[in-house]
Design a binder for this molecule. Sequence first.
Ligand code: S3P
Length: 434
Amino acid sequence: MTKFVVAPAAGVAGAVTVPGDKSVSHRAVMFGALAEGRTHVTGFLEGEDCLSTMKAVSHLGVHVERPGAGEVIVDGVGLHGLRAPGVTLDMGNAGTAMRLFMGLLSAQPFDSELIGDESLMRRPMERAAKPLRAMGARIETRDGKPPVRIQGGVPLHGIRYEMPVASAQVKSAVLLAGLYATGTTTVIEPAVTRDHTERMLQSFGCEVRARDGVVSLEAPRSLQATPIRVPGDISSAAFFLVAACLGAQAPFTIRDVGVNPTRTGILEMLALMGADLRLVNHRNWGMEPVADIEVRPSQLRGARIPERLVPLAIDEFPALFVAAACATGETLVTGAEELRVKESDRIAAMARGFEVLGVTHEVLPDGMRIQGGQPIGGGTIDSRGDHRIAMAFAMASLRATAPIEILDTANVATSFPGFAELANSVGLDIGERA
Ligand code: S3P
């Protein structure tokens, strides 16, 4: 089992470019598969999660190639060109892939079955199955979890679905099924969630109406291939944002980061804690806004995190919790119960790590109260295969007084291949051991 051995480090210096956005990469391959013509994707995240999506799409009869680093060519087969896979589709660690494929496969003329790794097999799938069944889909889960069995050849009809949880994955599953449904498909969000599906469908020529948390579409006649340039993943940038707040000698720059406003909650949260962040060099890559982020060192202060920011930063809480442990005073996170159903129960996982490092905290059902500014020790933390838990605790080395050993780190490659190497190139000291 691979692990990180992270030695205390003084700070980070220089600049990084983080790998491509995971959410955008999944969608680029999936929508490219459904389009007419050839979609050329650049900046694609070559992490295990998105490779699972690529593999699934090729099992569905779509020719995909990787001609160079970060490049993917998808020869779309059109909305009605997918073929029966003939194998069980393995989504690995990728919840996004599983839930989005549930929507897409519900509308196909063939049966399919979805499985995943140990972590994914424990995650809730009824949240996506329920609205899809309301559209006419025939889906079975096992006690609400994978394997997910989908019966093909059933007609779907549009629904107006009020989501009980703010989930971009569920919204996207319903919209993907809506590409094949009769009538209008509408999703109403309880809070704003990432809107990459809406933006990218428009890039592929499908009209999507989105206003005040209400998203609607009608089945388009076709999707048209379009080049997709994937921005850097702000969820990966988050670890370096926190590192630079804790210990940058001079302005530290993270280049080419996707700054879609449905993803920038981490910037607002860190700013509330006193971080000095500047967005420069704004531009658009297709429908997605991109900028470079400059971070100057600052003394972070604890803050009450507004609940409205939670869905806008849902994957960044492990990094934020580490920032809070290093800030002066108390940080309070509430309204974040969704953290309990990610790749691991991230509230429990962060609490276990904090116990090892001696960070005073109180676990809440929907968040955590963290008492920052105390000395941080070293020790052994089991990430239990959760990539973001592993990377977050690596950043604690900027304040730790002794080495931190982080176990079960292979899944870092699901979202951030080359993480340790990149982190070491700017001043961290992460040893990777088999
Ligand atoms: C994602 C949505 C989020 C996020 C996940 C990626 C997406 O999940 O945690 O990493 O690409 O739509 P939920 O929609 O389930 O909150």
